[in-house]
Design a protein around this ligand. Structure first.
Ligand code: LLP
Length: 425
């Protein structure tokens, strides 16, 4: 069984018909497949098993508790970048000693919370943060294991905005600076420097970018060890690319696994990777209903009820997501159709010139490969409600995040008495 395919002329998620689901949940909504998540996790775990590498799922890609819990149940740890994600990982049942804290701007409170929970490792990205951790560890009288994130000066990633390993990116520190901080940490009573970390970018499909970065990391490790420092863990970040287009290639997993194996042999370090997108992107779709069809010049618009606030990737990164009609019009002629949402911005486009049959208002379409960086990046722009998330397994489904009511969406706001027109009068 493939995850999202047509059965009796209608698109299904596993054995659940998306049209039936739309009747019950109302559109728009995200739908994830539990079997697809499991399949992806197992495939990756298998491909990297020879290197003994551990997986810490990058929670930022999809932080729904049900998704994190499912991956945690398969053995994944978590890579988190905020107190919110750390709390989510723990609420989803991932033990603190399998959680890594990454991120370029952790606050004092966030660091104190993570230290209090006794997490596996904190990845340090600046000297300011380093000093904070030393201070907090001392005060907590608690051993804190840290890794220093180094920036290899490598250009990688599917888009300028998701490339993170260039010298001028805000992430990490230089290898020289890491060496200096490592030495300071080794003298500290409560901070144990355990290794180095790196993340060069996202949506990388060319394995040679990883090869270059891993070489850099291995050399930095050798150099530190020659200077008498103990480097026992290497965190290699995420970035594994997926195919959003039929003509695109995923990162070749076997080659990636082979690289990890040679790095493990060369360094004898405990390796960890932090994949996000690769595990969840293909396991999710955004289901939306056609609101209107219109022609603007020579462009045919399919206006749907999902918008850029629900899935911002096309607008923000010019990302391609395939669009599939829920009803299979097998023999129908396909027309290039630009799928747009109701938000008042010309950039509110989910797909340009998608080949779609002649749809009518009320028809359903799905935006594919939307499981990663979809729901997590959504907002309430234009007074729109965050959309539900549904998890399917076989012929079962559960709403794993419900749609809030408008009252709930407004509940955190208030109008101060002094700001009203009557108070001013
Ligand atoms: N580790 C660190 C330190 C990261 O910064 C990231 C992603 C990951 C792991 C996971 O990377 P992945 O395996 O998912 O490529 N919103 C963008 C992607 C931003 C990625 C940010 N960092 C998008 O929708 O394409």
């Amino acid at each position: 069984m493939s995850t999202f395919d047509y059965q009796n002329g209608r698109l299904h998620a596993e054995s659940v018909c998306l049209s039936d689901l739309a009747d019950q949940v109302d559109t728009p909504f995200y739908c994830y497949s539990a079997s697809a998540l499991e399949h992806r996790y197992r495939r990756l775990a298998e491909a990297i098993s020879a290197s003994g590498t551990t997986i810490a799922y990058a929670v930022k890609a999809n932080s729904n508790l049900a998704v994190v819990s499912l991956l945690g149940g398969l053995g994944s740890g978590a890579d988190v970048v905020s107190e919110g994600e750390l709390r989510r990982a723990m609420a989803a049942g991932i033990p603190a000693d399998r959680i890594l804290f990454s991120g370029v701007g952790k606050s004092v409170d966030e660091l104190a919370f993570a230290i209090g929970e006794g997490i596996h490792q904190i990845n340090i990205e600046s000297e300011t943060e380093f000093d904070r951790v030393l201070d907090l560890a001392q005060r907590a009288v608690r051993t804190v294991r840290i890794a220093l994130r180094i920036n290899p000066g490598i250009e990688a990633g599917g888009h300028d905005k998701i490339s993170t390993g260039r010298k001028t990116d805000k992430f990490g520190i230089s290898a020289g600076h890491a060496l200096e901080l490592y030495r300071r940490a080794e003298k500290h009573a409560f901070v144990e420097p355990v290794g180095l970390a790196m993340h060069i970018g996202s949506q990388i499909s060319d394995v040679s970018a990883f090869a270059g970065a891993f070489d850099y990391l291995a050399e930095a490790t050798d150099d530190m060890r020659r200077k008498g420092l103990t480097v026992s863990r290497l965190d290699l970040g995420g970035g594994l690319g997926v195919a959003y287009h039929d003509d695109e290639q995923e990162l070749p997993l076997e080659d990636y696994g082979a690289l990890l194996k040679s790095l493990a042999l060369r360094t004898d370090a405990q390796l960890t990777i932090e994949p996000g997108r690769w595990l969840v992107a293909g396991a999710g779709v955004l289901v939306t209903r056609v609101n209107a069809i219109k022609q603007a010049g020579d462009r045919r618009f399919v206006i749907v009820d999902a918008a850029m606030n629900d899935l911002i990737r096309p607008t923000l990164y010019d990302a391609h997501h395939p669009v599939w009609p829920v009803d299979n019009h097998e023999d129908a002629a396909l027309h290039p159709s630009t799928v747009a949402g109701p938000v008042c911005e010309s950039g509110d486009i989910l797909a340009f010139d998608a080949p779609l049959p002649g749809l009518a208002a009320g028809d359903l379409v799905t935006v594919g490969h939307a499981g990663a960086y979809g729901a997590v990046m959504s907002s309430g722009y234009n007074g729109r409600l965050l959309v539900p998330e549904v998890l399917v397994r076989g012929d079962d489904f559960a709403v794993v995040r419900r749609r809030p009511s408008h009252d709930e969406a407004m509940a955190l706001e208030s109008i101060p008495e002094w700001s009203s027109a009557t108070a001013a009068a």
